[in-house]
Design a protein around this ligand. Structure first.
Ligand code: NAD
Ligand code: MG
Length: 401
C-alpha cells in the first residue's frame, strides 16, 4: 500500500499531538506531510523535526522568521508557507490524501472546507466548522467525492454503531436505515455537582480542569457549560441527517460509553473505550480497517458502574440555547458559535464571569435575529455573518466588564 500523506491542521494542539502520535506508530502507512500551528512555533519546529514534514504553515511573517531561526542547521528545512490562504491551499494540495481538521473555532473552517472541495479524506475534529457551515460543508463532501470521518468522540462512536454501509463516509442525505434516535453522552464537566450559587465565581483554571479528558482550553470551557454538547447536537444533525427531536443528550460521568444509536426495533448499540482521542483518530485514519492507536487494554472489571442522568436545564442553559439555534436555522447556529467563541475567550482572559457566558450568547442571539432573514449560502456570507455576530458579542462583553 502506498504511504498516505497526511496534513495536520492545528498540529500543535491537543488533537494534533494525538494525531502525530498515531501516525508515528504506522511509518509504512502514513506520513505527516504538512503541519500547521498558530502560536507555538517552537513546538512546531520540534514536530517537523520528529516527523520529517515537508511543509509547515504559520500565520504570519513573524512566525515564519521565528520558525527559520529556530530550525537547526544541517537539517533539511520544510517549505514554510504563510497565512490563511496558504493554509487552505495546503489542505487542498495534490500531494495530500488525508486532512486532519484540528484547528479550534471558525478559524478552521476555510481550510477544512478546502479539503472537502478537493475530495480529500477529511478527519473532522473542528466541530465549529460544521456548526457554522453545515449545509455547505456536507454538500462539498458530496459534490467532490470527499470522505468525512467524524473525530469528535461521540460522533465517531455513532459512526461506528451505524449500519456498515460503504457510503456512510460520503455525507449521506438521509438518516441510516432503521435508526430511531441518537443518544449523545456528556461527562457533565467539572461543575456537574457544584452548588449553582458557586458557579458565579469559578475560575478559568477550574473550568478547564476536565474530570476525564485532556483537551484545549476553549473546548474544556465548552464542556463545563455544555455548549460543547450543544455544538455536538448540531454537528450530529448535519453528519447523520437527524432532526433535533431525535438527538438526545444524557450525562454519563464516567465517559466510557462515547455515544449510542437506538434502532426502531428497540436495540441500542454503544461504543465504549477509554477517554483517549487516539481511538477515534486511528479509526478515521484506518477506516474501514482497524489500526493500532496506542490505547491500552480497557479493564471493564475495574468499572464499578456506568451512570446515566438527564442534564439539568438550570445548570446548563447553553444546551437549550443550542437546540433553539438548531431549530431556528443556519444563521442562528453561526451566531451561537461566534458569540460563544468571543464569550469563552473573554472568560479565559478574566474579562467576564463564567455565568455570563450563556447570558452573552442568549443576548447575542436576540440582537442578531433582525439580520437572520437570509440564510448565508457561501463561505464569504458565513464568515461575514460570523464577524458581525462576533462584533455584537464583543460589545455585549464590554458592557458587562
Ligand atoms: P487546542 O487549543 O489544543 O489546539 C488548537 C490548534 O489550532 C493549535 O494547533 C493552534 O495553533 C491552532 N489554531 C488556533 N487558532 C488558530 C487560528 N486562528 N488559525 C490557525 N490555527 C489556529 O484545541 P484542541 O483541543 O486540539 O481542539 C481542536 C478542535 O478539535 C476543536 O474544534 C475542538 O472542539 C475539537 N475537539 C477536540 C477534542 C479534544 O479532545 N481535544 C475532542 C473533540 C473535538
Ligand atoms: Mg465530543
Amino acid at each position: 500500500m502506498k504511504v498516505q500523506n497526511v496534513c495536520v491542521l492545528g498540529s500543535t494542539g491537543s488533537i494534533g499531538v494525538s494525531t502525530l502520535d498515531v501516525i508515528a506508530r504506522h511509518p509504512g502507512r502514513y506520513r505527516a506531510y504538512a503541519l500547521s500551528a498558530y502560536s507555538r512555533i517552537d513546538k512546531l519546529v520540534a514536530q517537523a523535526l520528529a516527523s520529517g514534514a515537508r511543509i509547515v504553515v504559520v500565520p504570519n511573517d513573524t512566525a515564519a522568521q521565528r520558525f527559520r531561526s529556530l530550525w537547526p542547521s544541517g537539517r533539511q528545512m520544510p517549505e514554510v508557507r504563510v497565512g490563511p490562504e496558504a493554509l487552505a491551499a495546503t489542505a487542498a494540495d495534490a500531494e495530500i490524501n488525508i486532512v486532519m481538521a484540528a484547528i479550534v473555532g471558525t478559524a478552521g473552517l476555510p481550510a477544512a472546507l478546502a479539503a472537502a472541495q478537493a475530495g480529500k479524506r477529511v478527519l473532522l475534529a473542528n466541530k465549529e466548522a460544521l456548526v457554522a457551515a453545515g449545509e455547505l460543508f456536507m454538500q462539498a463532501v458530496r459534490n467532490h467525492g470527499a470522505e468525512l470521518l467524524p473525530i469528535d468522540s461521540e460522533h465517531n462512536a455513532i459512526f461506528q454503531c451505524l449500519p456498515e454501509d460503504e457510503d456512510r463516509a460520503r455525507a449521506p442525505e438521509r438518516p441510516a436505515r432503521g435508526v430511531r434516535r441518537l443518544l449523545l453522552t456528556a461527562s457533565g464537566g467539572p461543575f456537574r455537582t457544584t452548588e449553582l450559587a458557586a458557579l458565579r465565581d469559578v475560575t478559568p483554571d477550574q473550568a478547564c480542569a476536565h474530570p476525564n479528558w485532556s483537551m484545549g482550553r476553549k473546548i474544556s470551557v465548552d464542556s463545563a457549560t455544555m455548549l460543547n454538547k450543544g455544538l455536538e447536537v448540531i454537528e450530529a444533525h448535519w453528519l447523520f441527517s437527524m432532526e433535533p427531536d431525535s438527538i438526545q443528550v444524557l450525562i454519563h460521568p464516567q465517559s466510557l460509553v462515547h455515544s449510542m444509536v437506538e434502532y426502531v426495533d428497540g436495540s441500542i448499540l454503544a461504543q465504549l473505550g477509554q477517554p483517549d482521542m487516539r481511538t477515534p483518530i486511528a479509526y478515521g485514519l484506518g477506516f474501514p480497517e482497524r489500526i493500532a492507536s496506542g490505547v491500552g487494554l480497557f479493564d471493564l472489571m475495574r468499572m464499578q458502574k456506568l451512570d446515566f442522568e438527564p442534564p439539568e436545564p438550570g445548570r446548563f442553559p447553553c444546551l437549550g440555547l443550542a437546540y433553539d439555534a438548531l431549530r431556528a436555522g443556519q444563521s442562528s447556529c453561526i451566531n451561537l458559535n461566534a458569540a460563544n467563541e468571543v464569550a469563552v475567550d473573554r472568560f479565559l482572559s478574566g474579562g467576564i464571569r463564567y455565568t455570563e457566558i450563556p447570558q452573552i450568547i442568549g443576548d447575542c442571539l436576540d440582537r442578531m435575529e433582525a439580520f437572520n432573514s437570509t440564510t448565508p449560502q457561501t463561505l464569504e456570507d458565513i464568515l461575514e455573518q460570523d464577524r458581525r455576530a462576533r462584533a455584537v458579542a464583543a460589545e455585549l462583553c464590554m458592557l458587562r466588564a
